[in-house]
Design a protein around this ligand. Structure first.
Ligand code: NI
Length: 191
């Protein structure tokens, strides 16, 4: 169990398409240790999720967990979830504009449009297949992490660059309006 260094924007590993993990690899001590390190690194950095290429390992695994997160206090809880070889697809055309940050993009936040309703299929760390519908901000978190595995950062999805802020200026000028809007959204969609 180790907290690993996090790659920051500009490091080529963040722009690689991460490689699939075979069932045999998933069962190996090496990949199981990688998953433990992802969890430890996410916890240490107060992230809502982290993908393996963010710790310099370009393989298709990410972890997600939200439990009263200080970086994103308005996010509904998500139990610790390990997603291996995830495949995500929108269920419909509904979008929501979410203000996002990323552990690999220090001190910057910006608005991106995410699908509200997605189907996500993945293996958990025990190799069990999952096929789930995720909605709302939780769907957004899954899309953010799956993007990482394809070499995409939230920055690439920011349409209106005037929404880019440091965390300090987000707190000062933008948080209240965003939290009001997104709290109404969460109450409507339930997650
Ligand atoms: Ni990220």
């Amino acid at each position: 169990m180790t907290v690993r260094a996090i790659a920051t924007v500009g490091h080529p590993v963040l722009r690689e398409r991460a490689a699939e993990i075979t069932p045999e690899e998933l069962a190996s001590a090496e990949v199981q240790a990688l998953i433990d390190d992802l969890i430890d690194t996410m916890h240490a950095a107060n992230g809502a999720g982290i993908a393996a290429n963010q710790i310099h390992v370009p393989r298709r695994v990410a972890v997600i967990e939200v439990d009263h997160n200080p970086r994103y206090p308005y996010k509904p809880p998500i139990p610790l979830t390990v997603i291996v070889n995830p495949v995500i697809e929108p269920i419909d055309d509904e979008l929501v504009e979410i203000n996002e940050g990323c552990l690999s993009v220090p001190d910057l936040r910006g608005n991106v449009f995410r699908h509200v309703n997605v189907r996500v299929r993945y293996l958990d760390r025990d190799g069990v297949e999952h096929d789930e519908v995720r909605r709302g901000l939780t769907a957004g978190t899954f899309q953010h992490e799956c993007d990482h595995l394809d070499g995409t950062l939230f920055l690439d999805r920011v349409r209106d660059t005037t929404t880019l802020t440091t965390w300090e200026q987000f707190e000062r000028f933008h948080r209240d309006a965003f939290v009001t809007r997104i709290t109404e959204f969460v109450a409507r969609v339930g997650s």
